[in-house]
Design a protein around this ligand. Structure first.
Ligand SMILES: [Zn+2]
Length: 220
């Protein structure tokens, strides 16, 4: 227990148990304008200073620990609250610099929320942060996935051509099953991050795989 706490303090990104810290929020930082602790890295509620987010990753921007398992409800709550705090309407009467900054941070906040609220995109983003290869650098997909998706693709085309709603519904069910299984595999692997080189390579393959099923889902 003692060792775990020490580690958490040292690195700040370690996952704490629910009991130690029910909230997923990372350790607050101090405002460089008024020196008071801030609840977010973007906005000081005390002196109303905006802080540029250019050097922050999506997790830091939202004040979350860098981990796959996040509470999406809490993520949304944090996002909405920050969006209100830094909304460009609130800074339109201030300096041009503040107004521009609030617009830029708002856009960055939206981007971060979109990326982290989606299970697949969050795994992809986390893999990138942990030094994993991109889908351009490593296109590996298991052979059975290629065959399975090709077969399903043909069956969907045939069902559409024959106007066969029942066959199409069956295809939809099978695509859904494959997708759910692929997502479970992605999630299990993403929870192991940063893991070893092998972990990251496996996650790369699983993310490449789920993209095939995402494409099929869009068809049915
Ligand atoms: Zn301040």
């Amino acid at each position: 227990m003692t060792r775990r706490r020490a580690g958490s303090l040292a690195f700040g990104l370690e996952i704490m148990t629910e009991r130690q810290e029910p909230s997923q929020r990372a350790v607050p930082v101090k405002c460089n304008s008024c020196d008071r602790p801030m609840n977010s890295r973007l906005f000081c509620a005390d002196c109303r200073t905006l802080h540029p987010a250019d050097t922050l990753d999506h997790f830091e921007l939202l004040g979350l620990k860098r981990t796959y398992d996040i509470d999406v409800g809490e993520l949304r709550r944090i996002y909405l609250s920050l969006s209100r705090d830094i909304h460009p309407d609130r800074f339109s009467t201030r300096s041009e610099q503040d107004s521009g900054l609030s617009m830029r941070i708002s856009a960055q906040l939206n981007q971060a929320y979109q990326a982290l609220s989606d299970d697949v995109r969050r795994a992809e983003y986390l893999l990138g942060l942990m030094g994993g290869k991109s889908s351009v650098e490593d296109k590996t997909v298991p052979r059975d996935v290629l065959l399975e998706t090709l077969t399903l693709r043909e069956e969907i085309d045939e069902a559409r051509l024959a106007d066969d709603e029942e066959a199409l519904a069956r295809c939809r069910g099978r695509v859904r099953e494959h997708y759910d299984e692929a997502l479970a595999q992605v999630s299990a692997c993403a929870r192991e991050l940063p893991g070893t080189e092998q972990t990251r390579q496996t996650l790369r393959t699983r993310l490449n795989t789920i993209k095939y099923y995402q494409k099929l889902r869009a068809l049915v």
